[in-house]
Design a protein around this ligand. Structure first.
Ligand SMILES: Nc1ncnc2c1ncn2[C@@H]1O[C@H](COP(=O)(O)OP(=O)(O)OP(=O)(O)O)[C@@H](O)[C@H]1O
Ligand SMILES: [Mg+2]
Length: 200
Protein backbone atom coordinates (compact mmCIF):
# COMPACT_ATOMS: atom_id res chain seq x y z
CA UNK A 1 0.00 0.00 0.00
CA UNK A 2 1.47 3.33 -1.05
CA UNK A 3 1.57 6.04 1.62
CA UNK A 4 1.51 9.75 0.86
CA UNK A 5 2.36 12.47 3.31
CA UNK A 6 0.07 15.37 2.47
CA UNK A 7 0.38 18.90 3.80
CA UNK A 8 -3.19 19.44 4.97
CA UNK A 9 -4.58 15.92 5.42
CA UNK A 10 -1.62 14.18 7.07
CA UNK A 11 -0.47 10.70 6.14
CA UNK A 12 -2.81 8.94 3.70
CA UNK A 13 -2.72 5.35 2.47
CA UNK A 14 -3.72 4.67 -1.14
CA UNK A 15 -6.15 1.74 -1.19
CA UNK A 16 -8.03 0.45 -4.30
CA UNK A 17 -7.20 1.66 -7.80
CA UNK A 18 -10.53 3.20 -8.88
CA UNK A 19 -9.45 4.67 -12.21
CA UNK A 20 -6.52 5.34 -14.48
CA UNK A 21 -5.61 7.59 -17.37
CA UNK A 22 -2.57 8.04 -19.59
CA UNK A 23 -0.69 10.06 -17.01
CA UNK A 24 -2.13 9.29 -13.57
CA UNK A 25 -3.65 6.49 -11.50
CA UNK A 26 -6.48 7.24 -9.09
CA UNK A 27 -6.85 5.46 -5.72
CA UNK A 28 -9.40 5.48 -2.95
CA UNK A 29 -7.91 6.19 0.47
CA UNK A 30 -8.01 3.82 3.42
CA UNK A 31 -10.40 5.08 6.14
CA UNK A 32 -11.33 8.20 4.14
CA UNK A 33 -14.45 7.29 2.18
CA UNK A 34 -15.24 9.89 -0.46
CA UNK A 35 -11.67 11.04 -1.05
CA UNK A 36 -9.26 9.87 -3.70
CA UNK A 37 -5.68 10.56 -4.62
CA UNK A 38 -4.21 10.79 -8.10
CA UNK A 39 -0.61 9.82 -8.53
CA UNK A 40 1.52 10.33 -11.64
CA UNK A 41 2.40 6.91 -13.08
CA UNK A 42 5.96 5.80 -12.67
CA UNK A 43 5.87 3.76 -15.88
CA UNK A 44 5.01 6.04 -18.78
CA UNK A 45 5.66 5.09 -22.39
CA UNK A 46 8.53 7.06 -24.00
CA UNK A 47 6.26 9.54 -25.85
CA UNK A 48 4.25 10.33 -22.70
CA UNK A 49 7.45 10.64 -20.72
CA UNK A 50 8.78 13.23 -23.15
CA UNK A 51 5.44 15.04 -23.17
CA UNK A 52 5.25 14.97 -19.38
CA UNK A 53 8.76 16.33 -19.13
CA UNK A 54 8.29 19.25 -21.51
CA UNK A 55 4.64 20.16 -21.24
CA UNK A 56 2.98 18.59 -18.21
CA UNK A 57 5.56 19.48 -15.62
CA UNK A 58 3.91 19.98 -12.27
CA UNK A 59 0.58 18.92 -13.77
CA UNK A 60 -0.95 18.30 -10.35
CA UNK A 61 -0.06 21.72 -9.01
CA UNK A 62 -1.26 23.35 -12.23
CA UNK A 63 -4.61 21.59 -11.92
CA UNK A 64 -4.94 22.87 -8.36
CA UNK A 65 -4.10 26.43 -9.42
CA UNK A 66 -6.39 26.19 -12.42
CA UNK A 67 -9.30 25.21 -10.16
CA UNK A 68 -8.93 28.48 -8.29
CA UNK A 69 -9.20 30.49 -11.52
CA UNK A 70 -12.28 28.81 -12.98
CA UNK A 71 -15.07 31.40 -13.44
CA UNK A 72 -17.87 31.12 -10.84
CA UNK A 73 -20.48 30.46 -13.52
CA UNK A 74 -18.95 27.12 -14.48
CA UNK A 75 -17.11 26.24 -11.26
CA UNK A 76 -19.90 23.93 -10.03
CA UNK A 77 -19.11 21.67 -13.02
CA UNK A 78 -15.56 21.06 -11.79
CA UNK A 79 -14.66 18.66 -9.03
CA UNK A 80 -12.65 20.56 -6.39
CA UNK A 81 -8.99 19.82 -5.88
CA UNK A 82 -8.38 19.79 -2.13
CA UNK A 83 -4.61 19.95 -2.26
CA UNK A 84 -1.79 19.07 -4.61
CA UNK A 85 1.94 18.63 -4.74
CA UNK A 86 4.22 17.59 -7.57
CA UNK A 87 3.50 13.88 -7.05
CA UNK A 88 -0.18 13.82 -5.97
CA UNK A 89 -3.58 15.49 -6.21
CA UNK A 90 -6.14 14.97 -3.47
CA UNK A 91 -9.78 15.29 -4.55
CA UNK A 92 -13.29 14.16 -3.68
CA UNK A 93 -15.14 11.38 -5.43
CA UNK A 94 -18.37 13.01 -6.66
CA UNK A 95 -21.51 11.60 -4.99
CA UNK A 96 -25.14 11.29 -6.05
CA UNK A 97 -28.09 12.52 -3.94
CA UNK A 98 -28.53 9.04 -2.41
CA UNK A 99 -24.90 8.92 -1.23
CA UNK A 100 -23.69 6.49 -3.92
CA UNK A 101 -20.63 7.42 -5.95
CA UNK A 102 -21.19 9.13 -9.30
CA UNK A 103 -19.95 7.27 -12.38
CA UNK A 104 -18.06 8.45 -15.47
CA UNK A 105 -20.19 9.27 -18.54
CA UNK A 106 -18.53 6.35 -20.33
CA UNK A 107 -19.99 3.88 -17.85
CA UNK A 108 -23.53 5.13 -18.59
CA UNK A 109 -23.24 4.26 -22.29
CA UNK A 110 -26.13 6.47 -23.55
CA UNK A 111 -27.66 9.28 -21.49
CA UNK A 112 -31.15 10.64 -22.13
CA UNK A 113 -31.51 13.05 -19.17
CA UNK A 114 -32.44 16.45 -20.68
CA UNK A 115 -31.17 18.54 -17.75
CA UNK A 116 -27.77 16.88 -18.01
CA UNK A 117 -27.44 17.75 -21.70
CA UNK A 118 -28.55 21.32 -21.10
CA UNK A 119 -25.72 21.68 -18.56
CA UNK A 120 -23.21 20.18 -21.01
CA UNK A 121 -24.36 22.64 -23.69
CA UNK A 122 -24.12 25.58 -21.23
CA UNK A 123 -20.63 24.52 -20.22
CA UNK A 124 -19.45 24.11 -23.80
CA UNK A 125 -20.87 27.50 -24.88
CA UNK A 126 -19.32 29.26 -21.91
CA UNK A 127 -15.90 27.76 -22.68
CA UNK A 128 -16.21 28.70 -26.34
CA UNK A 129 -17.39 32.26 -25.69
CA UNK A 130 -14.68 32.88 -23.12
CA UNK A 131 -11.96 31.14 -25.13
CA UNK A 132 -11.20 28.67 -22.38
CA UNK A 133 -9.72 25.77 -24.25
CA UNK A 134 -10.33 22.97 -21.74
CA UNK A 135 -9.99 20.04 -24.13
CA UNK A 136 -10.14 17.46 -21.33
CA UNK A 137 -13.68 18.34 -20.39
CA UNK A 138 -15.64 16.72 -23.23
CA UNK A 139 -14.40 13.21 -22.55
CA UNK A 140 -16.38 10.23 -21.21
CA UNK A 141 -13.67 9.28 -18.70
CA UNK A 142 -13.08 12.78 -17.37
CA UNK A 143 -16.71 13.85 -17.04
CA UNK A 144 -18.92 12.17 -14.42
CA UNK A 145 -22.71 12.14 -14.11
CA UNK A 146 -23.82 13.43 -10.74
CA UNK A 147 -27.47 12.74 -9.92
CA UNK A 148 -28.59 15.62 -7.73
CA UNK A 149 -32.07 14.06 -7.67
CA UNK A 150 -33.78 11.30 -9.68
CA UNK A 151 -34.32 13.75 -12.54
CA UNK A 152 -31.71 16.49 -12.04
CA UNK A 153 -28.38 15.23 -13.39
CA UNK A 154 -25.32 17.35 -13.95
CA UNK A 155 -21.82 16.98 -15.38
CA UNK A 156 -18.85 17.02 -13.00
CA UNK A 157 -15.38 17.14 -14.56
CA UNK A 158 -12.67 15.34 -12.59
CA UNK A 159 -9.71 15.96 -14.91
CA UNK A 160 -8.95 19.43 -16.28
CA UNK A 161 -5.19 19.62 -16.32
CA UNK A 162 -4.76 20.52 -19.98
CA UNK A 163 -5.40 23.97 -21.28
CA UNK A 164 -4.87 24.91 -24.92
CA UNK A 165 -2.03 23.98 -27.17
CA UNK A 166 0.13 22.42 -24.47
CA UNK A 167 -2.27 19.49 -24.47
CA UNK A 168 -1.37 18.69 -28.06
CA UNK A 169 1.98 20.35 -28.72
CA UNK A 170 2.41 18.77 -32.14
CA UNK A 171 -0.85 20.28 -33.48
CA UNK A 172 0.54 23.63 -34.53
CA UNK A 173 -2.84 25.11 -35.56
CA UNK A 174 -3.76 25.26 -31.87
CA UNK A 175 -1.49 28.28 -31.54
CA UNK A 176 -4.38 30.17 -33.15
CA UNK A 177 -7.76 30.82 -31.57
CA UNK A 178 -9.65 29.55 -34.60
CA UNK A 179 -7.85 26.22 -34.34
CA UNK A 180 -8.77 25.94 -30.67
CA UNK A 181 -12.39 26.87 -31.30
CA UNK A 182 -12.74 24.32 -34.08
CA UNK A 183 -11.15 21.64 -31.94
CA UNK A 184 -13.48 22.33 -29.00
CA UNK A 185 -16.50 22.30 -31.35
CA UNK A 186 -15.43 18.97 -32.86
CA UNK A 187 -15.00 17.51 -29.39
CA UNK A 188 -18.45 18.71 -28.35
CA UNK A 189 -20.13 17.28 -31.45
CA UNK A 190 -18.36 13.94 -31.04
CA UNK A 191 -19.19 13.78 -27.33
CA UNK A 192 -22.90 14.39 -27.94
CA UNK A 193 -22.99 11.89 -30.81
CA UNK A 194 -21.33 9.25 -28.67
CA UNK A 195 -23.24 9.58 -25.41
CA UNK A 196 -26.58 11.31 -26.01
CA UNK A 197 -29.45 8.86 -26.39
CA UNK A 198 -31.08 9.22 -29.77
CA UNK A 199 -28.10 10.96 -31.46
CA UNK A 200 -25.80 9.35 -34.00
N1 LIG B 1 -12.31 12.63 -8.29
C1 LIG B 1 -12.45 11.43 -8.84
N2 LIG B 1 -13.38 10.57 -8.39
C2 LIG B 1 -13.53 9.33 -8.93
N3 LIG B 1 -12.76 8.86 -9.93
C3 LIG B 1 -11.82 9.68 -10.43
C4 LIG B 1 -11.59 10.99 -9.89
N4 LIG B 1 -10.57 11.55 -10.57
C5 LIG B 1 -10.17 10.64 -11.48
N5 LIG B 1 -10.91 9.51 -11.40
C6 LIG B 1 -10.80 8.32 -12.27
O1 LIG B 1 -9.45 8.09 -12.57
C7 LIG B 1 -9.21 8.22 -13.97
C8 LIG B 1 -7.84 8.82 -14.19
O2 LIG B 1 -7.77 10.13 -13.62
P1 LIG B 1 -7.37 11.36 -14.57
O3 LIG B 1 -8.36 11.44 -15.68
O4 LIG B 1 -7.22 12.55 -13.72
O5 LIG B 1 -5.95 10.82 -15.10
P2 LIG B 1 -5.08 11.30 -16.35
O6 LIG B 1 -4.02 10.28 -16.55
O7 LIG B 1 -4.66 12.69 -16.05
O8 LIG B 1 -6.12 11.26 -17.55
P3 LIG B 1 -5.90 11.36 -19.17
O9 LIG B 1 -5.69 10.00 -19.69
O10 LIG B 1 -7.25 11.90 -19.58
O11 LIG B 1 -4.78 12.29 -19.44
C9 LIG B 1 -10.41 9.04 -14.50
O12 LIG B 1 -10.67 8.81 -15.85
C10 LIG B 1 -11.53 8.59 -13.57
O13 LIG B 1 -12.11 7.38 -14.03
MG1 LIG C 1 -8.30 11.81 -17.62
Amino acid sequence: MKSILTKKHGLLHADQKIGWGNLRDCYSIANKPGLCVKIVKTKLNPTRKLQAFFFWKNTNIKEYNLYKTIPEKIKPYFNPVLEAEKDYVLTEIPRNHDGSFAKPVKRHTKISNKIFWQHVSDLFHFLEENQLWFFDVLNGNNMFVQKQSETDWRPIVVDYKRLGWKAFPWQIYLAFNRGNRNKLRRRYRKFVAKYKAGEK
